[in-house]
Design a protein around this ligand. Structure first.
Ligand code: ZN
Length: 175
């Protein structure tokens, strides 16, 4: 049956598929969710936490939102990403969140990247890159490790300026 579809039609179908994928991405990437993540980062800064915020989204709705709570909970693992993954998993009573997308204001660290793989998140949108502490595009690049069983789609640099400015201001004020 291959020959039944003329070449020009096949080319058109392939282009349409690429366009559909691009449109789907545009539709799923909602700037509102990153804005919400940045608001969580601002709240975190006002509590004296490193200003990182995260939002977990499914079907266009927020399942969980949080900033870092390391100081508040006296918990070195209470990063924003881990907190929203835990909250959403508890809410849904399942450890697998394969239909969920994460919006986070900073490139996830190796610990959070490993948790993202375990939770099988669908997509990760992050704002600022973290050459020192990041574990996705920097350092151990967790998702590229052979032992990593799940690699989400990754989109970095979204609303990067705002998120990076927050972190810069926070650390400048500390000095
Ligand atoms: Zn982390």
């Amino acid at each position: 049956m291959r020959g039944a579809i003329p070449d020009h039609l096949r080319r058109f179908m392939s282009a349409a598929k690429t366009l559909t994928t691009a449109l789907q991405l545009l539709m799923t990437l909602s700037p509102a969710f990153m804005t919400l993540a940045i608001a969580e980062a601002e709240h975190a800064a006002s509590r004296g936490e490193v200003p990182v915020g995260a939002v977990l989204v499914a079907d266009g709705a927020v399942l969980a939102a949080s900033g870092n709570r390391v100081e508040e909970l006296a918990d070195p693992t209470a990063h924003a990403e881990l907190l929203v993954v835990r909250a959403a998993a508890a809410l849904r009573r399942t450890p697998r969140l394969a239909d969920c997308d994460l919006y986070v204001t900073l490139e996830p660290c190796p610990m959070c990247a490993a948790a993202i793989a375990l939770a099988r998140l669908r997509r990760v949108y992050f704002a600022a890159y973290d050459p020192k502490g990041g574990g996705v595009e920097h350092g151990p690049r967790i998702f590229d490790q052979p032992g990593c069983n799940h690699r989400p789609e990754i989109y970095g640099g979204i609303d990067e300026q705002r998120a990076a400015a927050l972190l810069r201001d926070f650390f400048q004020a500390k000095r």
